[in-house]
Design a protein around this ligand. Structure first.
Ligand SMILES: O=C(O)CCC(=O)C(=O)O
Length: 288
């Protein structure tokens, strides 16, 4: 849905404290009923600049096996690059709401390219740690999802204030189709992760990167690393935004469990298939 339509809908709803029936989730998904409020187990936070490389590998592998998600601090992407990425979108949105006809200024492309360059370095480190964490050579997971041809897809999520955050969701529960997703949110919390049968809030850490293990890494690792099931809530007063970059194999690239991780005791749990076929089945809710 376009931003202006979402904004119009949001202001209409907030004036009478109701939301259209199609936005009310079934009870088993409503945040008010299903969010866990006990002592909070926290999504692991990993210091990527820790000089102890082995500790970094162990923490990334553990988080990816147990959670499928972790936050990364000291990742090497300067705070001002993240802030520029976020600001440039807000400027484009503000300008386009004043003028007719959307226009993308050259600065938008420049900022995106700058962010992508830094992101690549982080991604290489993550792939390396994830591979070593499985007892593999450092390049195996990157090569197994497309190597230098991995595609970087930046998406911008806009979640306007919602008068009934107890009943609605920003995005419904899902795992990502990607190999990895690298996300920065604004300061409005809203990401929730499903762990041990409970929906748990992700803490907002300024300028941290949130890393999701996606379906393709789960498949390559034959289920040793798990794709994180997640969803987002909405806020009564504030707009939440997030900037995920989905790292995807090229469409015709075949992904399947790595032969090094499969044997008689650990038979393949997934079929090997082209990424485009996997995506088609998932998006159309067909069996894989
Ligand atoms: O906004 C978020 O934190 C998560 C976004 C998400 O799950 C998605 O775009 O697929």
């Amino acid at each position: 849905m376009e931003v202006e339509r979402v904004q119009a809908l949001a202001s209409l709803s907030s004036s009478n404290n109701t939301i259209p029936a199609e936005f009310i989730r079934p009870e088993k998904e409503q945040p008010a009923i299903t969010t866990y409020h006990g002592p909070i187990p926290e999504i692991p936070t990993i210091d990527l600049n820790d000089p102890d490389d082995e500790k970094v590998v162990i923490s990334i592998a553990k988080a990816s096996r147990e959670w499928g998600i972790f936050q990364v601090v000291n990742h090497g992407i300067p705070d001002e690059i993240i802030s520029k990425l976020q600001q440039v979108v807000l400027k484009v949105m503000a300008r386009n709401s004043e003028n007719s006809g959307p226009k993308i200024p050259p600065s938008y492309r420049e900022v995106n390219e700058e962010y992508a360059q830094y992101t690549r370095e982080v991604v290489d480190k993550l792939f390396k740690s994830l591979s070593i964490g499985l007892g593999l050579e450092k390049d195996v997971l990157k090569e197994g999802t497309g190597g230098e041809n991995i595609e970087y897809m930046l998406k911008i999520n806009y979640y306007p204030p919602c008068p009934r955050p107890d009943l609605a969701l920003g995005v419904a529960p899902h795992t990502d189709l990607s190999a990895l997703t690298i996300l920065v949110p604004n300061q409005v919390a809203g990401l929730q992760v499903f762990k041990d049968d409970r929906w748990i809030d992700a803490k907002y850490i300024p300028n941290a990167l949130i890393v999701h293990i996606g379906d393709q890494i789960e498949i390559l690792s034959n289920g040793k690393y798990k794709a994180v099931l997640h969803r987002t809530t909405v806020d009564k007063e504030r707009t939440r935004m997030s900037w995920p970059v989905f790292l995807e194999p090229p469409a015709d690239f075949v992904v399947g469990p790595l032969p090094q991780l499969v044997n008689e005791d650990n038979p393949p749990k997934y079929k090997a298939k082209k990424f485009k076929d996997f995506a088609y089945c998932k998006l159309n809710k067909l069996p894989q």
